[in-house]
Design a protein around this ligand. Structure first.
Ligand SMILES: [Fe+2]
Length: 504
């Protein structure tokens, strides 16, 4: 079996639903049609998720297919296989999230597991509800080592604006194998209701259109990282960001909507939760081990290894346990390319979040383990940096938890030779902010004006080499052997930047 997809397969890799008997009946609500027995309304159409695996194991790959309905009982079955004859049946357990006083009063979160799959292979699925076919589709499993991959990266996206519909459409049109979201996936509070309104209908739209989004999630795995807008409120006692289940019973939906790798540290995570015990228990029952383990995780895809980290204000990146887990993870992989992903960018040329440098203490560790790229969001801009190395000089603010002033001064050494075109082998890590995914843009007037991209606190070191703050955009990566290419594509489908990185 060849690990490479044919061109025809590749073009089919996105939008893989071929039949859908569910029609929109309201914002984020879908009703089944032509079923013999009534089905509850759907709050999320079937969407493909990576599942808990981190490493690539031929013949032992698993993929999840999830969907959500209003909390009314129904009987679902799912078949899957290499062809549309299917041949295997997946178990379909569900977990309930309960939202007392809300309409609807909760969700049933269904998740089917496809297991014992080959890598780099197309599979088909068929979902039946109360005996009638409601959806059929297909997806392609992760490429093995040596396989060419294509992925989209962006953050700060879903707010119900025309801009996030346009980005979802352009991402769909780019036919990625998967999406690596850089955080703040939904606004404002990471609630399940906000996922229903702003995320699922747009990234799993029935049609592909600039003003609607695209049918991406039904065939394309979507990875994300936890970020500041996943915490729904502020703890009145401390003033710190927290998840308050009394204020919003559907808080922290990141942990119940996504099914991401579960190889993160087992130590307690510092996310603060509060609220009535039964509400917290309901959330924990639904999330199970995903909370808090999906705060940090890693996975492989083709020749790349991704390490995804929580960079919120409660993180102290000098923490020995965290650093030990990161070091062990990066030391263990034999991937040719290593990419770190977290929300708050450490070398931000923009103004709004410049001082949130809490992840800078990890730079030397990343350098020691030959990380190639760091992808972030948070600042609603596109910013590409020159390759750089960083030696921290004062880590005292790394411990200033919850502060938005986490300045970590140090020595920044730039690779001024790399141009991403003719000189393509970088000396240092390339830090990239791709936070222009749909939410209102920051830093107007910064595009093509390098005089604005300097910060006195960094001795005016010109680490930014490209910045765009007046277009919504996403990053499209391809990794093929020793060559990585990146194109930044705007809301109209036009290329606004590109770079090539090579290892040979
Ligand atoms: Fe953010």
């Amino acid at each position: 079996m060849t690990p490479h997809l044919s061109r025809r397969q590749f073009l089919r890799s996105a939008g893989g639903i071929t039949f859908l008997a569910l029609t929109p009946v309201g914002r984020g609500l879908f009703a089944a049609t032509n079923t013999p027995a009534a089905l509850p309304l759907f709050t999320a159409l079937p969407y493909v998720q990576p599942g808990p695996d981190s490493q690539l194991k031929p013949g032992a790959e698993t993929v999840r297919l999830a969907w959500q309905t209003e909390p009314v009982k129904a009987h679902f079955t799912v078949e899957f296989g290499r062809t549309e004859n299917y041949g295997r049946t997946a178990a379909v357990p569900y977990a309930e999230r309960s939202y007392p006083g809300a309409t609807p009063a909760g969700r049933y979160n269904y998740v089917a597991t496809f297991d014992q799959l080959e890598l780099g292979t197309e599979y088909h699925y068929r979902v039946k509800g109360n005996g009638a076919v409601i959806a059929t589709g297909y997806f392609t499993t992760r490429q093995p080592r040596g396989g060419k991959i294509r992925f989209a990266a962006f953050g700060d996206n879903c707010n119900g604006d025309p801009s996030d519909h346009a980005i979802a459409y352009q991402v769909y049109q780019a036919h990625p194998d998967f999406v690596m979201n850089t955080g703040d996936n939904v606004y404002e509070n990471g609630l399940d209701s906000q996922y229903s309104s702003y995320f699922f209908p747009i990234f799993n739209a029935d049609v592909a259109a600039l003003d609607k989004g695209g049918p991406l999630l039904r065939s394309v795995p979507f990875y994300s990282v936890i970020a500041n807008h996943d915490l729904n409120t502020t703890d009145p006692a401390t003033g710190h960001p927290c998840a308050d289940f009394d204020e919003h019973p559907d808080a922290l939906a990141y942990y119940t909507n996504f099914h991401l790798p579960l190889n993160g540290p087992t130590v307690n995570h510092p996310t603060t939760t509060r609220g009535a015990a039964d509400r917290l228990q309901n959330f924990r029952d639904c999330a199970q081990q995903r909370f808090p383990r999906m705060a940090n995780y890693s996975y492989d895809y083709g020749n790349a290894h991704f390490i995804c980290l929580d960079s919120n204000t409660y993180i102290d990146a000098t923490d020995a346990d965290l650093q030990a887990w990161i070091a062990a993870d990066l030391a263990a992989t034999d991937a040719k390319w290593k990419i770190a992903v977290y929300h708050q960018p450490p070398f931000n040329a923009g103004a709004k979040h410049y001082k949130e440098q809490q992840m800078r203490p990890l730079c030397p560790l990343f350098e020691a383990h030959k990380v190639d790229l760091v992808l972030s969001g948070h600042e609603h801009i596109y910013q590409r940096n020159r390759p750089l190395t960083f030696a921290p000089a004062d880590l005292s603010r790394a411990h200033a938890l919850y502060s938005s002033d986490r300045l970590i001064p140090g020595k920044i050494t730039l690779d001024l030779d790399f141009d991403g075109e003719k000189v393509t082998k970088p000396k240092g890590i390339i830090y990239l902010t791709t936070g222009a995914g749909g939410k209102k843009l920051y830093d107007p007037g910064y595009t093509n004006d390098p005089t604005k991209w300097l910060h006195a606190e960094d001795n005016n070191v010109p680490y930014a080499v490209k910045m765009n703050t007046d277009k919504y955009s996403f990053s499209l990566f391809e990794i093929d052997g020793d060559v990585l290419t990146m194109k930044q594509i705007d809301q109209d489908g036009s290329e606004i930047d590109r770079m090539k990185v090579t290892k040979a």
